[in-house]
Design a protein around this ligand. Sequence first.
Ligand code: ADP
Length: 413
Amino acid sequence: MPKKTTRTSIQKVLEKIRPVWIERVGGELARGMEVRAGFEEQLARFFDLLEQSVTTGDPAWLDSILLDWAKSSTETDLEEGLYHVSYLINRMIALTIQVARETLTKQQALDLLAAVIPVYTYGLGVVARYEMETRVEHISSEMAKVQKEMERIDRSKSAFISVAAHELKTPLTLIEGYASMMEDLLRENKGMSLESLVAGIGTGIERLRTIVDDMIDVSMIDNSLLKLNFQPIQVSQMIEALSVEFAAILRKRRLRLDIQDHDGSRQWIHVDPARIMQALRNVINNAVKYTPDGGTITITGRKLPGFVEVIISDTGIGISPENQALIFEKFAQLGRVELHSSGKSKFKGGGPGLGLPIARGILEAHGGSIWVESEGYDEVRCPGSTFHILIPARSDAPDPDMAKLFDTLERKK
Ligand code: ADP
């Protein structure tokens, strides 16, 4: 049977080129690709299967190793659009031709190529199909992710607009009301005092300003545009200033503010005092808002390596575990429009939900952090909340010129 003879002689030819082939393919391809463990062993296995395919006339013998290789492509390969295994086979074809030319007679080389090229072509088909399918799958899953993210952004965008409109409407209505009352009075020319009406307009304008300022701060934090003006200050000085600011509200709400001196509170540190006070103010303001009348707000702290920690706890309604991370995200209160604009310091008077995200942004810009601990949310039992604020205790102000210099050097690299 002539066919049989051809197969045996092909087998011999294959055996002849085997060591050179493994060395050549291994040498060239192990360099270009990330070297996978035991690449030469893999090539030897491939060569055995190639031989098997040629002698049995069934190229499917190669399926298992080709799929193994194709599957070992990583997520990064997919993202970078690399087609490792198709490339590998294409190079193998070229190298086989090269090796055949160098080591075999012309006839042997022709016989060999006639036998192996169909097997390689089959292999290329298997791999290309697999790589295409995986790529399509990868792209579809990426598209699904993008779609989901776009939907989320879209939802938060429209929720943002609804909350912003709601928040801005309250002070506007206030201003409108007082202004029209003023107009009436002026028209009737009653000569009545306009003082309380002007004060009403003032309150409305102040609220509008706070809301707009908060929105600007959030967008600056989001775009890493927050500029810090480092000055030496003590934590106790900032807390004392804030206690003066809050005195009237605390009296009105019959809340006790207990400020405790602690290790580190009188240490001189370099921070942006206005920004750190803004962060602390937001936390204290929440303690006021979410603590029923008659409660206590305690401010204490401790010194930690490289940080001064400020601890602000209240005897308020507490925060459920699932909300403890969420409240630092902007517009976490979005779902509950009914809570909005019920008052700046009133019990449970919700706001635009920007206070804590701003506090976190400010602390993170300093290299610090903020988190909360609370047993849970219970308006009757009032388990309270404890906010921990880590402020880096820099002994010097960072030199922005130095940072710029290193940044330029880094970019030049
Ligand atoms: P808001 O403008 O809604 O007060 P914040 O970002 O300041 O926005 O706070 C987000 C949410 O976190 C609040 O609406 C409230 O539900 C919760 N929260 C913050 N501080 C406290 C606290 N001390 N006690 C209970 N809940 C709090």
